[in-house]
Design a protein around this ligand. Structure first.
Ligand code: AMP
Length: 366
């Protein structure tokens, strides 16, 4: 099949699907998107065929409706893995559904990370009042209670620093299966994004430093200069990729501690902390994900100048001043919603930080 006719179906139709499709166009790739019945598909308007889940009753019909894609991928981890396995009968699904099964369930994820020898915070699975209390007895305060499923961007998650806060969390969590994690003392949070192709070629980007606000990513800066930490993050990512026979972009989020990296979580997809690669790296994470799943040679991941990304959370007004581009995803405005992002490049990392802070101050002034 020639490159001009390559076709990929993406499960999901948010901004990550949008950026994959935009970056795939110059590679001659066409797209279709699989959306939930009522999912907002504004982000992918004009970028390919949209198929709603209720339009077909089985995998074969869906595969046909999606235009018989060469490969299927996803822009999020909360996907129906039974459906993915059914679709796998017709074409490859990358990453494999077993990875989504791990990533969408915190306990399975932690067990998989430890099985591969990666360092994670001490954790105890717990469900309901008694188990939550006994987990806190074991781990001590402060600690994080995180629901196993449907927890993201700080949702379904409680930081408890004393017995009173534990009681509040118990009332909110009720019988949700949870993982209780010891609180990690960290100096900052970093992520490593890498791609592995079908043939096994691996390329990683520089480490990115991430700043969160109320559990949601606000600012990413790259490169985070620490050769030793970069080497261990690369080794961890490579280990997971090998153990899972991974294909596509994989993102690893870590805490930087005095004893090295502690892995917080993984995302089996392109990641918000890698958006800076759209302007700051030779090849974007989106293009490399597509290259990886189509088994094309991966693009270079060098980052010639320090780069930063500021998320536009609940704001869709471009900030004044020079920048490397404002990406607006075309969503309707909602409080705290990821509406777009701003990219900045600068030869001087200090100046880049100052300029990023100025953008944040402008976007979030009240
Ligand atoms: P998560 O949903 O796991 O990504 O957590 C959201 C944010 O909460 C992280 O980016 C950290 O800032 C903080 N956090 C989560 N787990 C821990 C932990 N075990 N120790 C310290 N901070 C944490």
């Amino acid at each position: 099949m020639s490159e001009a006719t390559r076709h990929i179906a993406i499960v999901g139709c948010g901004q990550l699907a949008q950026m994959m499709a935009q970056e795939g166009k110059p590679l001659g790739i066409t797209f279709s998107f699989l959306a939930e019945k009522a999912e907002d598909a504004g982000c992918v308007e004009g970028l390919g065929t949209l198929v709603r889940l209720d339009e077909a009753s089985n995998g074969e019909e869906l595969f046909q409706a999606l235009g018989c894609p060469e490969v299927i991928t996803a822009e999020r981890e909360r996907v129906d893995t039974t459906l993915l396995r059914e679709l796998q009968r017709f074409c490859p699904v990358y990453p494999d559904p077993h990875v989504f099964e791990k990533a969408q369930h915190r306990l399975r994820e932690k067990l998989a990370l430890t099985a591969s020898g990666l360092p994670v915070a001490p954790f105890v699975p717990a469900q309901g009042c008694d188990e939550l209390k006994s987990a806190l007895d074991k781990l001590g305060y402060p600690a994080f209670i995180k629901s196993c499923e449907n927890g993201y961007d700080g949702k379904n998650q409680w930081r408890v620093k004393d017995a009173a806060q534990l009681q509040e969390a118990i009332e909110e969590a009720q019988e949700l299966p949870c993982v209780v994690e010891a609180s990690v003392e960290f100096s900052c949070e970093v992520s490593l994004i890498g791609a592995r192709s079908v043939s096994g070629e691996v390329k990683t980007y520089p480490l990115t430093e991430n700043l969160h606000r109320q559990g949601t990513l606000l600012l990413s800066k790259a490169p985070f200069q620490n050769a030793q930490l970069l080497a261990s993050a690369r080794a961890y990512l490579q280990k997971l990729m090998d153990d899972w026979d991974y294909v596509g972009v994989l993102s690893l989020e870590c805490f930087v501690t005095s004893e090295g990296l502690v892995v917080n979580e993984i995302a089996p997809r392109v990641h918000n902390s890698g958006h800076w690669t759209l302007a700051g790296a030779d090849t974007s994470q989106f293009a490399n994900h597509l290259r990886a799943i189509l088994d094309m040679p991966l693009g270079e991941t060098d980052c010639p100048r320090p780069a930063a990304m500021v998320n536009m959370l609940g704001v869709d007004r471009a900030p004044p001043g020079e920048n490397q581009g404002v990406w607006l995803y075309g969503k309707s405005l909602r409080r705290g919603r990821k509406m777009g992002h701003v990219l900045l490049l600068d030869d001087c990392a200090t100046q880049l930080s100052q300029r990023s802070e100025a953008v944040i101050a402008d976007l979030y002034r009240h």
